[in-house]
Design a protein around this ligand. Structure first.
Ligand SMILES: [Zn+2]
Length: 271
């Protein structure tokens, strides 16, 4: 929400983003009213007459939303007018949709669905056309140079934006789960190969420490090399976990002592 003081210093993008948010609520409210009307018609066909004069609570709520939204949009529209307006760009929301200067473009229809590219609000027209490239509407931007109109567009549809956001969220989630050597390189162990996730690192640590304990408990001296290998891996994993969580190696060792004990009991309980 932008208050009166913010409004004077707000950028066109900030104002239009707020307007777009409000207009979306208005659209949703109109859709809710349309749903009630459809429901009423269906009921009437089935012979259920609605009580005359009785307002549907969904319609009452939707109308209240519309009234509130229009009131909220007034100062934003007024600021647009006060500044003598600014450029705006709209993308038609389908696979071959073009970027238009106005939703009143004569190449569009009343039913055309637009996505308001508020990031481009107030931008130079040349810049908008450059971003739109092949998607620039030649009716709205008649002076767009031919070579620009041949360029691939840099404008993303809401679906593309959502997909990119999902991808970024997945990458973050993977980074949270991932483990590397302290230097950021792959965590390569002798016994478990390259360990990629923190979960497998913790499991591998418990495995090698419990196994080394077992080898020692059996007292066989010919297994020194194996024990050394386990201990080497254990230290490597501890260092990686410590680096990832900015903890000391000893803190991580203490934290994992319980899972080592559990592994020991489960695998080598008879010892
Ligand atoms: Zn157009």
């Amino acid at each position: 929400m932008l208050d009166a003081n913010d409004l004077i210093s707000a950028t066109p993008t900030e104002i239009d983003t707020e307007l777009a948010r409000i207009l979306k609520l208005v659209d949703e409210a109109f859709a809710a009213i349309a749903r009630v009307q459809t429901r009423r018609k269906r009921r009437a066909k089935l012979g259920y007459a609605d009580e005359p004069g009785k307002a549907d609570p969904d319609v009452v709520a939707a109308k209240a939303t519309i009234a509130r939204c229009l009131k909220e949009s007034e100062p934003l529209e007024a600021e647009f007018t006060r500044r003598g307006g600014w450029t705006r760009a709209y993308l038609v929301n389908n696979t071959n949709g073009h970027v238009h200067r106005t939703m009143q473009c004569r190449t569009c229809y009343p039913t055309t669905e637009f996505y308001w590219i508020t990031d481009l609000s107030g931008a130079d027209e040349d810049y908008i056309v450059g971003e739109a490239g092949e998607k620039a509407c030649t009716e709205c931007y008649p002076s767009a140079p031919v070579d620009v109109l041949r360029r691939p567009t840099r404008i993303k549809t809401p679906e593309q934006v959502a997909r990119l956001a999902e991808k970024a969220a997945r990458a973050t989630a993977n980074a949270v789960k991932a483990i590397t050597a302290p230097d950021g390189g792959p965590l390569r162990t002798k016994r478990d190969g390259t360990i990629r996730t923190e979960v497998s690192a913790r499991r591998a640590y418990a495995d090698v420490v419990a196994y080394a304990r077992y080898l020692r408990a059996t007292g066989s001296t010919d297994r020194q090399a194996l024990i050394a290998e386990c201990e080497h891996d254990a230290e490597l994993i501890l260092a990686a976990l410590a680096a990832k969580h900015a903890q000391s190696v000893e803190d991580v060792r203490a934290e994992l002592a319980g899972s080592v004990d559990r592994r020991w009991k489960r695998e080598y309980g008879r010892w």
